[in-house]
Every structure is written in C-alpha cells, then in structure tokens.
Write a protein of this length. Structure first.
Length: 136
C-alpha cells in the first residue's frame, strides 16, 4: 500500500481534503499544513470559510475542479457513510488514512472499482518520499 501512496504523491497535483481543520492539534490540520506547500489542496469543511487563507468548500460536490485524489481525514463512521457518495460523484482515488476508515469503506471502493489507498498516512508517505529522493 505504501508503494501506491508514493506513486500517487509523485503523480498527483491536486488533493481534496475532507476533514480539513484549522485547529493545530487535529489530524486534518496536520495533513493540510503538510501538503499545502507542495500540492494544490482543496480543503472541505462545511463549518469554515477558509483555513490559513485557503478557501474551504462545503462538500466534495462544491469543489471548483476535480482533484487527483481525495483524502478523508474523518472519523471512521463518517468516512464509511461518505464513501458511496464520493464514488457516485466520480472521486478518482480515495485515500483513507489510519484510524479514518472501516473495512466496509475499503470494500465499497474495491467493489466499485475505485482506486483506494488505506491505512497509510499521507504525511508519513510524503516524508518517506522525501527520504527516498534524498530531500528529507
């Protein structure tokens, strides 16, 4: 799974981040703040107009463009409920970090033929990629 994550980080330019947070102690903030300097990140958080000067969107459907991948930094039950909707809306790849997914969410992706990365932290994967490139 880490190899798929590394391939995605090498190829992707734009990530949607569901569960983006402005609170420094939250996982959604760590992912946002780590990725935003290297990629175009489209934060999805219906409760916030922006995070660190970047406009937030109320939902995946409200995004101004289709991202290369969708990261779900959400509670497992919320991820499980959203996965079928994201698949129906044509999400190209779903990334389900540790402690943010259920087996049912992963199975739904696989059954639909939607590429899925799961149980790999995007922050850890980016650090691994930097080490492999000799930049981290």
């Amino acid at each position: 799974m880490m190899q798929e994550a590394l391939r995605t980080l090498k190829a992707a330019q734009t990530f949607a981040l569901l569960g983006a947070s402005a609170e420094p102690g939250k996982y959604g903030h760590k992912v946002f703040s780590t990725l935003k300097d290297r990629f175009r990140v489209l934060p999805v958080n219906p409760k916030r107009p922006e995070i660190e000067g970047t406009q937030c969107y109320a939902s995946y459907a409200a995004l101004p463009e289709k991202p290369d991948a969708v990261i779900l930094a959400l509670a497992p039950a919320v991820t499980e409920a959203l996965v079928p909707k994201l698949i129906a809306e044509g999400a190209p790849l779903l990334w389900l970090p540790p402690e943010c997914f259920t087996e049912a969410a992963v199975d739904a992706c696989k059954k639909a033929g939607t590429p899925v990365i799961y149980d790999v932290c995007p922050v850890a994967a980016l650090l691994t990629l930097d080490r492999l490139r000799g930049t981290g």
